[in-house]
Design a protein around this ligand. Sequence first.
Ligand code: ITT
Length: 200
Amino acid sequence: MDFLKLVVATQNPGKIREIREILKGLNYVVIPIFELYPDFEVEEDGQTYAENASKKAIAAARLTGHMALADDSGLEVKALGGAPGVFSARFGGKSLPQSEKNRLILESLKGVSDRSARFVCVVAVATPGGQVKTAEGICKGSIGFKEQGSGGFGYDPIFIVEGYQKTMAELEPEVKNKISHRARALRKIREILSSLQDTF
Ligand code: ITT
């Protein structure tokens, strides 16, 4: 059986790396949208991860004529009322470097004892005809007191994973790709992709 094309609608190379790894073994070849359309951009104006993920996946599937997958994710900090949440990529301004975003979170938690947080990810898969399915994954943890580790991307260096005394950026990629919010969402989506590959 030939490999099927799965276009991944993200501009974030960290996500591409993880999605490729987690979907290994399926009959799909992962193609980042930026290799086909470098300027691909969708306005993420939804109120939920699911709305934004679906919007990105549907746009990519229509544009390319292939199955498309998109991820919308974020960090939710309990003491900040769940912020930055769906606005995680824009926290402090879209162009603010990630290390500054991390510093901003650490500063807003100065003196706060309940540092609980979670990562949330919704993955959407869309067909060129506009059908879409979504799945959610959550990873619980807390916010540390400084950046630690160099793996992963985004808020990983300040996120201490529940059950590990390490930040997400200190975990081996194989471990992150088993326990992360993205891994959990993609495990559910794997079944959908797997049943679709059998229909081709
Ligand atoms: P695309 O929309 O192009 O996929 P993005 O990085 O803008 O890329 P989102 O809109 O989903 O992605 O924003 C999610 C942000 O949440 C992302 O920029 C990270 O800062 C953060 N985030 C999501 N998953 C993460 C992870 O596994 N580790 C650390 N931070 C993460």
